[in-house]
Design a protein around this ligand. Structure first.
Ligand code: 5AD
Ligand code: SF4
Length: 365
């Protein structure tokens, strides 16, 4: 089967920055003929090259606390999962770990945890200040919903970026999966973070039970409307210690289509090939770099804690590297794909790629 002219027209429109409609996004997410997928991924790859270049930026993750007060239905770290051994890495050990990142070509440290109130404003600020004073790393926080005052204090202490996935743009589904919490409050946090001058990451899970392709189109539109700088999208992976233990995993092909559509529609954003994608299929994570992705987030949590931070199964020490290669194997892999390892801190460079339709050199071809 060859591409229909209608499909090509929508891909072409997306590459020109002209796709805004929910139905057109749905059409792209429903493509399944190999020729059509190939056309979509190639267009996204060209957009990636034109707007963010061939560099792949490495962000080293340190999962510094396994405590969480929330009960997200999909996540193994949910408070009600009593099987989890909880830990907090001492501050000195976190900072020592951060010191090792630069020589491994990571220019950013991502400090990630569950929603852990032990890390109050003072403790977080002290950690941020120390890492800023002792290293040249950019600091990304991924510690959940906090008050505006907390976000402001973290920024003043030296945090540069913040990751807070919206998880799903369907408010009803959000409420079902996060009892007691509202999507609107999460979006408010993202707006605060933007307003404070953070580079802001968000994103969603693909394949949540009850989620439709229209919901995914709404995820794309929400990300675009909020002008999100970094976009994390991964497949749902069922965890035995959660209410969703028997639900099927998300489709890696659908994740790849989401990444491609997001690259075409947001152009100069930073898009990681997520760990969850690599856990379900290491080949799919490699393919993500051919479908729009430009960021890789290796896990630098000390191994004895890493196994305890099980948001989904399979996320162990092996998953941090592509195709389960030995540590550092991904560098050779990227170079083999004609890509280089990013040397700066990898901030979003809006000026290099204005977002007006047609302004990106490689957009349409
Ligand atoms: N499958 C896939 N992704 C998950 N996350 C949490 N649990 C799962 C799961 N079972 C994602 C959420 C969260 C991020 C840290 O991990 O999107 O924001
Ligand atoms: Fe906690 Fe995050 Fe897991 Fe939700 S997804 S239970 S907030 S660690």
């Amino acid at each position: 089967m060859t591409c229909t002219s209608e499909t090509l027209r929508i891909i072409e429109k997306a590459a020109q920055g002209d796709v805004t409609g929910r139905e057109e996004i749905v059409r792209l997410l429903e493509l399944d003929a190999p020729e059509e997928l190939d056309a979509l991924f190639r267009a996204a790859d060209r957009m990636r090259k034109a707007c963010v270049g061939d560099e792949i930026f490495l962000r080293g993750i340190i999962e510094f606390s396994g405590y969480c007060s929330r009960n997200c239905h999909y996540c193994g770290l949910r408070a009600q999962n009593r099987e989890v051994v909880r830990y907090r890495i001492p501050e000195d050990e976190i900072v020592a770990r951060a010191h090792g990142l630069w020589e491994r070509q990571c220019t950013t440290v991502v400090l990630q945890s569950g929603e852990d109130r032990f890390y109050d404003r003072e403790r977080m600020c002290s950690l941020i200040r120390r890492i800023k004073a002792e290293t040249d790393l950019a600091i990304t926080l991924s510690i959940g919903e906090r008050s505006l005052e907390d976000y402001r204090a973290f920024k003043e202490a030296g945090a540069d970026r913040y990751l807070l996935r919206h998880e799903t743009a369907n408010a009803g589904l959000y409420r079902k999966l996060h009892p007691g919490y509202e999507l609107e409050d999460r979006i408010q946090c993202l707006r605060w973070l933007k307003g404070l001058g953070y580079e802001v990451g968000s994103g969603c899970i693909v394949g949540l039970p009850g989620q439709t392709v229209h919901d995914l189109a709404d995820d794309v539109l929400l990300i675009r409307a909020l002008d999100i700088d970094m976009i994390g999208v991964g497949p749902f992976i069922p965890h035995p210690g959660t209410p969703l233990r028997d639900a099927p995993a998300g489709s890696t092909d659908l994740v790849l289509k989401m990444l491609a559509v997001l690259r075409l529609l947001t152009r100069d954003t930073n898009i990681p090939a997520t760990t969850a994608l690599g856990v379900l299929d290491p080949g799919a994570r490699r393919n993500a770099f051919l479908a729009g992705a430009n960021v890789f987030m290796p896990n630098f949590t000390p191994v004895r804690y890493m196994e305890l931070y099980e948001i989904y199964p399979g996320k162990g020490p092996e998953a941090g590297t592509i195709a389960k290669a030995s540590e550092g194997g991904y560098v050779a892999l990227f170079e083999g794909m004609g890509r280089t390892i990013g040397r700066g801190c990898g901030y979003r460079e809006k000026k290099a790629c204005p977002r007006e339709p047609g302004s990106c050199a490689g957009g349409a071809a």
